[in-house]
Design a protein around this ligand. Structure first.
Ligand code: ATP
Ligand code: MG
Length: 374
């Protein structure tokens, strides 16, 4: 049966891939227009020649062996799976290809149809992608390095500013006028503010990069609550707010990261004091049993400005503050809750809140008391 009449190859000429048909001896018997285009030969230059003319010299020997092998087990299959295949063009250039082979029985005996796809564009794309990946990895490593050194570089001078302002305010080097003292206090509080802002941003970068290392240890919750309470007591008394902390007598211990817990509670209590102008802020610790096991809830309850329902979603987003910058009277970057929620999840807990606009809010950190979950 003449090949052109072979019913299994109706679209031979118009096939989008290059097609080359060879016989048992490896002689090219037919090619389509795409094959002419791909290899740069006119079809007359290919017909009757050994298929190896289209195979780069370095692969040729291999190819002859495989061709013989194929003749003994002819079936539809991709050629050289997992190998980088290439075709040799008339001008001596190579083109990366993917080849699938299928046998056909004809009057002339077994012939093998090779469908040859030019994959240079895909290869080029893969190579670009690989280069981009390597670039990104290098950039990410550089960023980590930058953060690690910046964290030190930024904190060191700020600690010096805060430290020396402190000694000046303690009048160690000599007396101060009232005005000097006033200005030094501004220097000190601004530097402290900047330090906490830098710490927040660096913490955030670390969390986002998955670089936070938790130091799990046995912690007594009441101790952390006491620390937070004492460190914010002066802020409360400056604003003339009642500020209390209460917890069950029996120590509540859990395996967790002390610094993370303290930071979350500091953020919550600091917010409560910041956004309350009169009344009180209470920290309350309770344990509760649920279907998921024993939990501990640490709530910070304020009688402050409260949060509107429509603002609930924005609260835990980075750099979100409910009050527009123009009318803000309190400091902040809008990172506290975002960071706290991330930290809470890292230690196996979560943050939630209830609020009534104009009346006050309750923010709660819930922690599982199962030792291994914390
Ligand atoms: N207890 C609260 N009562 C009322 N509004 C609150 C309370 N806590 C947070 N908010 C609102 O949520 C916003 C986001 O809080 P978050 O702690 O993330 O940022 P911040 O306090 O503005 O700045 P930062 O914590 O970075 O210093 C606040 O700007 C405030 O509008
Ligand atoms: Mg805050």
């Amino acid at each position: 049966m003449p090949l052109s009449a072979n019913p299994s190859l109706p679209f031979f000429e118009s096939y989008p891939d290059a097609m080359v048909i060879v016989d048992r001896t490896g002689t090219i018997r037919r090619v389509n227009a795409q094959a002419e285009r791909l290899f740069g030969y006119h079809r007359d230059e290919m017909l009757g020649k050994a298929i190896e003319m289209l195979v780069p010299a370095r692969l040729r020997e291999h190819h002859v062996g495989h061709r013989d092998g194929y003749a003994s087990d002819p079936r539809l299959r991709p050629m050289g799976e997992g190998m980088e295949l290439a075709g040799l063009c008339k001008d001596g250039s190579e083109v990366p290809v993917e080849i699938s082979l299928s046998p056909i029985e004809t009057d002339e005996g077994l012939l093998v149809v090779s469908a040859i796809r030019d994959v240079s564009e895909r290869k080029h794309f893969e190579a670009t992608l690989q280069a981009k990946n390597a670039e990104l990895e290098a950039a990410s490593a550089a960023k980590d390095q930058f953060l690690a050194s910046m964290s030190h570089e930024l904190r060191t001078p700020l600690n010096a500013i805060i430290g020396f302002t402190g000694t000046l305010l303690m009048r160690l080097p000599g007396p101060l006028t009232e005005e000097q003292e006033k200005q030094l206090r501004v220097v000190q509080s601004s530097a402290r503010h900047l330090l906490s802002l830098i710490s927040d941003i660096l913490d955030l970068a670390k969390i986002e990069a998955g670089k936070v290392e938790l130091h799990l240890e046995r912690v007594v919750l009441q101790e952390i609550v006491d620390e937070v309470h004492s460190s914010l007591r002066s802020m409360a008394s400056e604003k003339k707010l009642e500020f209390s902390a209460s917890a069950p007598r029996a120590p509540i211990t859990l395996m967790s990261d002390r610094r993370a817990l303290a930071q979350i509670l500091l953020n919550l209590a600091n917010n409560a004091l910041k956004y309350t102008n009169e009344g009180s802020v209470r920290i309350e610790v309770r344990t509760r049993a649920s279907s998921a096991g024993e939990h501990c809830d640490i709530s910070v309850i304020d009688t402050g400005v409260g949060i509107k329902d429509e603002d609930r979603e924005r609260l835990f987003q980075a750099f979100e503050q409910l009050e527009p910058l123009s009318t803000r009277r309190v400091e902040g970057a809008g990172l506290g809750l975002y960071l706290s929620q991330k930290l809470a999840r890292l230690v196996g807990g979560y943050l939630s809140f209830t609020s009534e606009f104009g009346k006050g809010s309750t923010f709660t950190l819930s922690l599982p008391l199962l030792e291994e979950a914390a």
